[in-house]
Ligand binder design. Structure first.
Ligand SMILES: Cc1cc2nc3c(=O)[nH]c(=O)nc-3n(C[C@H](O)[C@H](O)[C@H](O)COP(=O)(O)OP(=O)(O)OC[C@H]3O[C@@H](n4cnc5c(N)ncnc54)[C@H](O)[C@@H]3O)c2cc1C
Length: 391
C-alpha cells in the first residue's frame, strides 16, 4: 500500500520557476522518499542519502543567497517545498527545516568571511546541520542555559556543557551552539559554529521516541571543545537574539511540515473512505464521515493560508513574529486534530501499522512541542496583543 495517494494540492505559486521547483520536489518525494518511509521509520533509519540527493538538487539552502550556494527562494515557496517533503516523510521535511535553522546564524549574522568560508558547504555541499539551544534543565526557559564558553588567552573559545534533544545529534556535520559567555540571562549568550568532528564533541544514544523514529534526537556533550574566535557568530552576547530570530523563521517551517503531514493524513482518509464499504455502500457516503472529511480539508486550507500570510509578510520585509507564532500554534494543533480524525476514518485499520494514519498521528504530536511549545506560542501572541507580562 503506497504511503500517500498522490493528490496534488492546488497551490498559489508566484513564478513558473516555483511551479517547476514544486514539481521536482513532488517527483523526488514520490520516487525517493515516500516508498521507504514506513519501513525506515519502523526501523529507526535516518535516510542520509536522501539529504545528499536534496543537497545535490539545490534543495538544502532554498531561502538563502545564491552567492553562497542557496536558492534565493521566497519563504512562501520554500515552505511549500517543506510541506511536500513532510507529506512524504516528516523526518525529511523536519530535517530540512532544522538544517535551514542551523544555517541561519551563519547566513544572517556571519561576517562576509565566515559566509564565504562556511556557507557553500552548508547550503549545497552535502553537509547536514544541527541547532543546539535546549539543555536538560532549560527548554522553554532557554535563556537560562548553562553550557559555558570561556575565552582563553590565545583567543580560542573552550565550550563545555550538555545540549539536549538535538535533532541530527551525532550525525550532523556542523552544530550551531548557543553558550554562555557572560552574565546570567539572555544577554550573556553567544553563538558558535562547531564542526561535527571537533575534539570533545560527542553524542549520547538517541532518545527512544513515540514517533519520528528515523530522525535521531540526542544529547550532545561538549567536553572542552575548542573553537577559534573566527567561529563565533555575531557579537559576544548576541547569541540569544540570534537564536530567537532563527526560531521565528523556523516556526514557519514547523507549521508547513504540520500541514504536510495533515494533508497526507487527509489524502489517506479520503482514499480509504471511498473504497471501504459498510451497510452496502462506501463509508464516504455517510454524512457523519463526509462532514468529518470536509472539516479536515477546511482546517488544512486555513492552516496553509495562515503560514503563507506569515511567509509573505517575511518576504516583504515586514514584521511577522506574531503571525509566525499563530501559524505554528494553529497548524500543529490542526495537524493533531486531522491526523487523529484520519485514524478514526480508517476505524480499526487506522489503529494498525498496516496504514500510515497511526504514524502520522504519533509523528504530529512532536510538532506541538518543538521550537517553542504551543503554550509558548500563545505567550508570544499574547505579548503582541497585551504587552509583556507584569508591566
Ligand atoms: C523530537 C524533538 C526534537 C527536538 N529538536 C531540538 C533541536 O534540534 N534543538 C534544540 O535546541 N531543541 C530541540 N528540541 C527541544 C524542544 O525545543 C523542547 O523540548 C521544547 O522547547 C520544550 O522544552 P522542554 O522539553 O524542556 O519542556 P519544558 O520547558 O520543561 O515544558 C514542560 C511543559 O511546561 C509548559 N510550560 C513551560 N513554561 C511555561 C509557561 N511559562 N507557561 C505555560 N506553560 C509552560 C510547556 O509548554 C510544556 O507543556 C527537540 C525536542 C524534541 C522532543
Amino acid at each position: 500500500m503506497p504511503d500517500r495517494a498522490p493528490q496534488p494540492v492546488d497551490r498559489q505559486l508566484p513564478t513558473d520557476e516555483a511551479r517547476d521547483l514544486i514539481s521536482l520536489v513532488r517527483d523526488i518525494a514520490q520516487r525517493e522518499i515516500a516508498p521507504n518511509a514506513a519501513e525506515e521509520e519502523d526501523a529507526g533509519r535516518f535516510p542520509r542519502e536522501v539529504f545528499t540527493l536534496l543537497s545535490d538538487s539545490g534543495l538544502l539552502g532554498l531561502p538563502y543567497d545564491t552567492q553562497f550556494g542557496g536558492g534565493e527562494q521566497p519563504y512562501e515557496v520554500y515552505l511549500q517545498v517543506l510541506e511536500e517533503l513532510a507529506a512524504a516523510r516528516l523526518t525529511v521535511g523536519l530535517g530540512v527545516s532544522v538544517h535551514t535553522l542551523a544555517s541561519y546564524a551563519t547566513a544572517a549574522y556571519g561576517t562576509k568571511e565566515q559566509q564565504a568560508e562556511y556557507l557553500p558547504a552548508m547550503l549545497g555541499g552535502g553537509l547536514l546541520g544541527a541547532y543546539c539551544l535546549s539543555e536538560p534543565a532549560s527548554g522553554s526557559d532557554a535563556a537560562s542555559l548553562r553550557t559555558k564558553a570561556v575565552r582563553e588567552s590565545g583567543g580560542d573559545w573552550v565550550i563545555t556543557g550538555t545540549k539536549a534533544w538535538i535533532t541530527h545529534g551525532g550525525i550532523a556535520d556542523f552544530y550551531t551552539v548557543m553558550a554562555r559567555t557572560g552574565e546570567d540571562g539572555p544577554r550573556g549568550i553567544t553563538a558558535f559554529l562547531v564542526p561535527g568532528d571537533a575534539e570533545g564533541l560527542s553524542a549520547a544514544v538517541p532518545e527512544k521516541k513515540m514517533g519520528l523514529k528515523g530522525s535521531p534526537t540526542a544529547q550532545v556533550h561538549l567536553d572542552g571543545v575548542r573553537v577559534p574566535d573566527a567561529r563565533r557568530l555575531g557579537d559576544e552576547g548576541q547569541g540569544f537574539t540570534i537564536a530567537l530570530s532563527a526560531l521565528e523563521s523556523g516556526r514557519l517551517g514547523i507549521a508547513a511540515c504540520a500541514i504536510g503531514v495533515a494533508q497526507a493524513a487527509l489524502d489517506e482518509a479520503v482514499s480509504y473512505a471511498v473504497e471501504r464499504r459498510q451497510f452496502g455502500k462506501p463509508i464516504a457516503d455517510f454524512q457523519g464521515l463526509r462532514f468529518m472529511l470536509a472539516d479536515m480539508a477546511t482546517q488544512i486550507e486555513a492552516g496553509r493560508a495562515l503560514y503563507l500570510t506569515a511567509a509573505r509578510l517575511r518576504d516583504a520585509g515586514l514584521p511577522f513574529a506574531k503571525q509566525a507564532a499563530m501559524a505554528k500554534l494553529h497548524c500543529t494543533d490542526t495537524a493533531m486534530r486531522v491526523t487523529t480524525d484520519a485514524v478514526q476514518v480508517l476505524g480499526g485499520y487506522g489503529y494498525t501499522a498496516d496504514f500510515p494514519a497511526e504514524r502520522y498521528m504519533r509523528e504530529t504530536k512532536v510538532l506541538q512541542i518543538v521550537e517553542g511549545t504551543n503554550q509558548i506560542q500563545r505567550m508570544v501572541i499574547a505579548r503582541h496583543l497585551a504587552g509583556p507580562e507584569g508591566r
